[in-house]
Write a protein that binds this ligand. Structure first.
Ligand SMILES: Nc1ncnc2c1ncn2[C@@H]1O[C@H](COP(=O)(O)OP(=O)(O)OP(=O)(O)O)[C@@H](O)[C@H]1O
Length: 626
């Protein structure tokens, strides 16, 4: 499982942080609290009123059997003189009026009051549910927004799997939504009900209330023991679910490769293994936390039996009225329900807290380096001057992949970066794009150290065509205008013609309205590359980075695109990473990299004349093409 050593971490800081996260929804929280308190108080007062109504009926029934005109004291004395002290006590406690039947007006008032209170309780319950719904929806919307923003601000080398991030953004967020709904709705209601019911029990009979009180800490202790045991299984469950998501994401996105290598069965077996791990963790988590409900039911039922038995004894000895016992029995029943609710939600609450912990872990990851407090202005230009001065860079926990690199690209120049696989070409270009800062040395755009400039200023006027063309699930037109949504038809036409997109799009039945992307993979790799190039061209960049952007094109198309770039040259500075050296031939400067170092620099002809590494690469290239 992931995150070893975290299994015993307390969830209290997460709980506290989650509560603080709800601060912007304080009005919804306050409404929920008021409704819960109001409705549970109303529900708790109900039995007391019904108990009083029962006493009125009881007193009326008893009073009718006694002679009219006798005082209550006389009736009690008469009972005592007959040796019936129990009846005497009952007469006094029930305020019996001898000879008088049921007090109908009082009974009516009590019943009307009980009805009004129960109606109010129902209305507040409905209002509470509405407030809970709002609370959940708004807070989860904010949480998703934060996660979304975080995903965009994570450093590019954050090293987390896509499936894992997807699982956090979907499964864990849903689990937190359930947590908020349950905590705000069920748990808080349950706790308030327990408190009010206990208070009412105390007001009726302190001795019975004391017995009732024992069951609350006993259940809480039981729940906390079980919760502690199930916590690590919940962590395992969510971690395993992430593994399942990551596996599905990886194998589905490379389905054709998996099939081509005959690995479908192995992939299925892997999926089965991840799924089984998840199943076992989930079963353990649910199994352990499933002991909560039966345990609590046992404690509460024992408590109910005690209250009923001792209440019955109280009536028999005259220390409690029948109405009191009826009210206590009802309260004991009312105690059972919230305690069951509170305990049965513990697994959801624990699972939600573990999910919140995973989300907060992601949100706490450090962002891309922040903009400087007082940035140096970097005004927009049509073309940029790029200077890299003695830059050295290494990825976290790795040895340097760019070493002491110095490079000058005058405005409007085309720089071709060539070199063996893994020699550091992409990394060098990514330093110019401010994806990473050099560990030592500087990168300057128009004389401004990009470390001192705002990220948005550096990236304004920057366009990149990466090695793998990424397309949205959208039309070709939407993909091309991605970086410039308001491009006019003239700009659109210029870009698609320069990038040679027009030639193949005309052959598609829906033309530029053809939907492409992950779900519609009917374009060839070269066509996808051309769309990505058009997407870069349409932004009319000041600095253009092409990372092996033409490697999937046939020679004719490549030549046409390279020619188009030559037209663009007077406008923008370009860094072109190329394995095929046809691009290098027309570049102003060719930079040759080897093991992270720039080992040669100059024009194509100069470098050929030098007879160094570039010549070797060129000869090898010619041999392959021959
Ligand atoms: N995100 C990363 N984290 C750690 N190491 C990385 C990362 N990206 C690249 N590297 C390593 O840095 C070195 C240089 O990689 P880079 O992609 O810059 O080379 P390249 O010359 O562009 O290679 P290619 O021609 O194959 O695209 C490689 O050894 C690679 O393993």
């Amino acid at each position: 499982m992931k995150a070893p050593g975290r299994t015993d971490r307390s969830l209290l800081p997460t709980l506290w942080r989650l509560i603080r996260f709800l601060a912007p929804e304080r009005w919804q929280v306050a409404t929920v609290v008021l409704c819960v308190v109001g409705s549970t108080c109303a529900a708790a007062v109900g039995p007391r009123i019904l108990g009083a109504a029962t006493d009125v009926v009881f007193a009326g029934a008893l009073g009718r059997t006694l002679p009219l005109g006798q005082t209550l004291a006389q009736a009690a004395d008469a009972a005592r003189s007959r040796g019936d002290t129990r009846l005497a006590d009952i007469l006094v406690r029930a305020h019996v009026v001898p000879g008088v039947g049921m007090d109908i007006p009082t009974l009516d008032r009590l019943l009307a009051l009980a009805l009004a209170i129960y109606l109010m309780s129902a209305a507040l319950g409905w209002l509470r549910q509405q407030a809970v719904n709002h609370l959940v929806q708004r807070s989860i919307m904010r949480l998703r927004l934060k996660i979304g923003a975080k995903l965009h601000s994570l450093p590019l080398s954050q090293g987390r799997r896509v499936g894992d991030l997807l699982s956090i953004a979907t499964n864990d967020t849903d689990s937190v939504a359930t947590w908020i709904g349950q905590a705000a709705g069920v748990l808080f209601t349950a706790l308030t009900t327990i408190c009010t019911v206990e208070a009412m029990l105390f007001s009726v009979s302190p001795s019975l209330a004391l017995i009732g009180s024992v069951s609350v800490p006993a259940s809480a202790l039981l729940v906390s023991i079980i919760a502690k045991r199930s916590r690590r299984h919940f962590r395992g469950q969510w971690s395993a679910l992430s593994e399942v998501s990551a596996h599905v994401e990886e194998t589905v996105s490379a389905m054709d490769l998996v099939t081509a290598f005959g690995r479908a069965d192995a992939a299925l077996a892997d999926f089965d293994r991840h799924n089984n791990t998840w199943y076992r963790a989930a079963a353990r988590a649910q199994g352990v936390s499933g002991m909560v409900v039966p345990g609590t039911t046992l404690v509460v039922n024992l408590n109910f039996v005690l209250i009923a038995t001792l209440g019955g004894l109280g009536v028999a000895t005259g220390t409690l009225s029948l109405g009191d016992v009826q009210a206590c029995a009802q309260y004991a029943r009312q105690l059972l329900q919230p305690m069951l609710q509170a305990s049965s939600t513990t697994n959801l609450l624990q699972s939600g807290l573990v999910s919140a912990e995973r989300i907060f872990d992601l949100l706490d990851k450090s962002d891309e380096p922040p903009d400087p407090a007082e940035p140096t202005p970097l005004p927009p230009r049509n073309t940029r001057e790029l200077r890299i001065e003695r830059a050295t860079f290494s990825y976290p926990k790795n040895s340097p992949v760019v070493v002491d690199a110095t490079l000058y690209a005058p405005p409007g120049s085309m720089v071709a970066i060539v070199g063996a696989t893994g020699s550091g070409k992409t990394t060098l270009a990514s330093l110019a794009a401010r994806f990473h800062f050099p560990c030592t040395g500087r990168v300057l755009l128009d004389g401004v150290d990009i470390r001192t400039a705002r990220r948005v200023d550096v990236r304004r006027g920057l366009a990149i065509v990466p090695q793998e063309s990424w397309l949205l699930s959208a039309t070709i037109r939407e993909n091309i205008v991605f970086g410039r949504p308001h491009a006019n038809p003239r700009e659109f036409r210029a870009a698609v013609e320069a990038a040679q997109v027009d030639t193949f799009v005309h052959g598609l039945p829906d033309g530029y309205d053809t939907v492409v992307g992950e779900a519609a993979g009917r374009l060839s790799a070269g066509q996808r590359q051309l769309i990505a190039i058009a997407r870069a061209f349409i932004t009319e960049p000041a600095l253009l980075i092409l990372d092996e952007a033409t490697n999937a094109l046939d020679s004719g198309t490549e030549l046409a695109v390279v020619r188009a770039m030559a037209v663009l040259r007077w406008r923008c500075t370009s860094l072109v990473i190329a394995h095929r050296l046809s691009t290098a031939r027309i570049a102003d400067i060719v930079v040759v990299m080897s093991q992270g170092r720039i080992v040669e620099q100059g024009t194509h002809d100069d470098l050929l004349a030098r007879g160094g590494l570039y010549t070797k690469l060129y000869d090898a290239h010619k041999a392959v093409r021959a």
